[in-house]
Write a protein that binds this ligand. Sequence first.
Ligand SMILES: Cc1ncc(C[n+]2csc(CCOP(=O)(O)OP(=O)(O)O)c2C)c(N)n1
Length: 301
Amino acid sequence: MLDERRPNLGTRGFWEVAAYALVSDKQLLADKCLLHRRHIVKMVHCRQSGHMGGSLSATELATTLYYSFLRQDPQNPKWDGRDYAVWSKGHASPLAYSILADLGYFPKAELGTFRKFGSRLQGHVDRLKVPGIEASTGTLGQGLSVSLGIALGLRLDRLPNHVWAITSDGEHEEGQMWEAIMAAAQYKADNLTVILDYNKKQLSGPVDKIMDVAPLADKYRAFNWNVIEIDGHDIPQIIDAYKKALVLKGKPTVIIASTVKGKGVSVFEQEASGFHGAPPCDADFELAMAELGPAKWPDFF
Ligand SMILES: Cc1ncc(C[n+]2csc(CCOP(=O)(O)OP(=O)(O)O)c2C)c(N)n1
């Protein structure tokens, strides 16, 4: 896919990722999404705590990013040549952890400790605890400023690494987002891409009823950004958008991805907040696992 961008990593573990990018990639990405969705639901059900809805909505966006685009070395998470994925919507930790475990950043069985007292897999991602996490987030609105700081630092060092900020729509109610959006355009940070998981629901209901952020595309354009609008569950569209974001120069790019909160499980999709932070009861859990069906690989825990 983007192999011309990849250096010869020659690292342990990464071969698997490269293979996904090279062989039948879209089907493998879809299979991985199913695996991650099962893990997300299992983790939150198991601990009766955590954020399922916004993890399920961002599954294709994050999976495609990590498996097909991000230059990384799970055995050497601080590798200088890496690209940076910043989980600005840091509550989507079940998704982040499932991906990082699958890629080999930490043991897969550790997913079973999610949100357990003493576990490093806390409810919100922590860069000091979890390998592969670039910024400690959870306070919405801060991750984009961190991403911009990384992007500008990379440019000062004349490095080609790319920075991807995974953000959410409710998060765009934070004033700090717009300061970072303004500054990124001012500094022409074209090594920064915002992935906006536009699921239209936040903690307690629809975003437009609480504090409307629309029209997001017009607002970003007015702030002098490149804007790409896609269906955030359509893997070929996501791949095209990510490719474009890497070649567009002179401005930062935002990918506004329409998604469904709780995607993949009917009862979660229909709920008013998309099962934002509510754990599933046993009956809903059984239903969810049946709807998600068996993945190509066994669950990790
Ligand atoms: C500054 C801040 N205010 C409030 C919260 C509490 N909170 C956590 S998630 C959330 C709603 C998030 O909605 P959205 O950003 O759209 O995320 P998604 O729907 O993608 O999960 C809120 C209000 C927070 N984490 N940070």
